[in-house]
Design a binder for this molecule. Sequence first.
Ligand code: NAP
Length: 288
Amino acid sequence: MNPTPRCAVLGLGLMGRPMAERLGEAGLLQAAWNRTPGPSPSSAIALSGTAAAAAAETEHLLLMLTDGRATEAVLADGLEAALRPGQIVINLATVGAQWARALAARVERRGAAYLDAPVLGSTGAARRGELIVMVGGTREVLERAEPTLAALATSVHHTGEVGTGSRLKLILNMLLARYVEALGEWLALSEAFALDPHQVLRILDESALSSPMWGKARALLDDRLPLHFPLKHMTKDLRLLDEEIERAGLSLPAAEAVHSSFEEALQSGWGDGDYSLIANWIRRRGRG
Ligand code: NAP
């Protein structure tokens, strides 16, 4: 095991940038690249001109791109050809199990290894190195990736083969989506019944229904919900889960209902806001 792997982060969006900053502080960041050039995440390095150039200098390639299609485009645009045996592509984005398997096959054809490693936690957790990572791939490759993942995460869970990390992540995002949808519905109801939503929250906090997730309700009521996780990305994940549900031959009406709420909000132009604003969208829809 290499105790000080050289890392590259490809994709410096809302999540990739704080991850790269964190790796920079840990002395692990050797290269970074983003399709749209911008400032470097670390004063110790200059941005690479291409994804392939970033790969040339590093052993661990951390991918944090929007989805499977974006990742495939970056592979096709020179990254795949630059991969070599001994490297590990650690895909931390949420791409879904089908994409994870297809991307792994492309990477492995070049003799490099692939980890399907989506993360739980948002921009603040990424910056503090407090993510939770769910990893599909072999134990041997995961062990080699551990020094890098340890800089980003408080816990790393091996879930099985490539694809299992993605599947687990989609279940968790479905629960997140359900929470914020339920939040919109109880807010709509408390408004319609002329109840004080702050009192509802106090009672929730005292009860078996207490959850840190209801902190989002306070932020919503105070009108301060910064962008952490765009609604368009949550909709992508619910779409991926819907496909998995269909493949598994299941009928899960509540999961389908939350997915269609997010699709409608996306169609109405809410895609670039934080996913928890779905609660406001539901409050408005509820008023007709
Ligand atoms: P984001 O801010 O929208 O960033 C997306 C990144 O992908 C940007 O660097 C973008 O480059 C790049 N990209 C998109 N299409 C591309 C293409 N065709 N070719 C090359 N680069 C492309 O998204 P994010 O919030 O960081 O999320 C990234 C992934 O992590 C997603 O899968 C998301 O579901 C997942 N995730 C997000 C969070 C969160 O809280 N935000 C939490 C957990 C997991 P440009 O700058 O050039 O557009």
